[in-house]
Design a protein. Sequence first.
Length: 321
Amino acid sequence: MRRVALIYNPMSGQHPGQRAKLVADVAAALVGAGIEVRAIATESPESAGRQAQEAVRDGCDTVLACGGDGTVHEVLQRLVGGEAALGVVPMGTANALAADLGLPSSPVKAVKMLLGATPVRVSVGHLFYRSVEGGARSRYFIVAAGVGADAFFFSRLDSRLKQRFGYVVYLVEALRLWATYKFPMFTASFTESGREMPREVEASQLLAVRISDFGGLVGNLAPGAAISNGKLRVIAFKTFSRVRYLRFLIAVMFGRHSYAHTIELVKCISVECRNREGSAEQLFVEADGELLGTLPVRIEVEPQALNLLIPAKTLGRITDL
């Protein structure tokens, strides 16, 4: 790192008034290490990627996304395929990528750890979907992408309540969804190594996972998933039973979940999802916790597409997977 851009949303989080001070402290730690720093406040929720790209054009070799997984997601879109490195400074409600990288929750401690980090070329997920307006779109993702119940969950989140109450809003909305959502089924078609023809299943929820450790209660949700992995690990819920969903989620919280026929863990090259024949149900798609659009969708991996700053203590675990 020689020239660093700090991209941050001045209004995100439960305490936006403290955001400027946190960013200033992070910048001071970098300057103290002899690094040139530009602190860039986002102009809108969608501007982070464009502003990161402009900073790279102006000579920054590293972009640190100061926020949660949503901020990382936006910045990621403009760094894929380039040489500039992406780093994560956890300041958001959900910081799954930071947890996977072994970064502490303190932004200053995290950036000090990043000073000794190595930029490593990693693979990212690539998702092709339909916008709510009907147009063809695509996005990259680095944590997870979902179809069905979890995407509907994100469509219901109130950003103002999320900012005010943080993670509590996630828990309340998850309980409401479990009690009221009908879990409509859709068709998922997996392309797997060694199979000539795609394998189709009926599912109510699908989650393509790219990281090995979500941290907190979720932990290692999908064994074998990793940002260094050139294939997808996809969890397919082939049920609409609320009881089976609840049992699985409780098992996840205690680290005792397993996979079988009803809730399957699939290793695949790609997966495509579409509405069941004759169904007009609007089923949503999300990536990295950001609501994107609707079916149909194709999810695959873009190999070795991004330079990601990985701390020294985490480097061996991630690159060995």
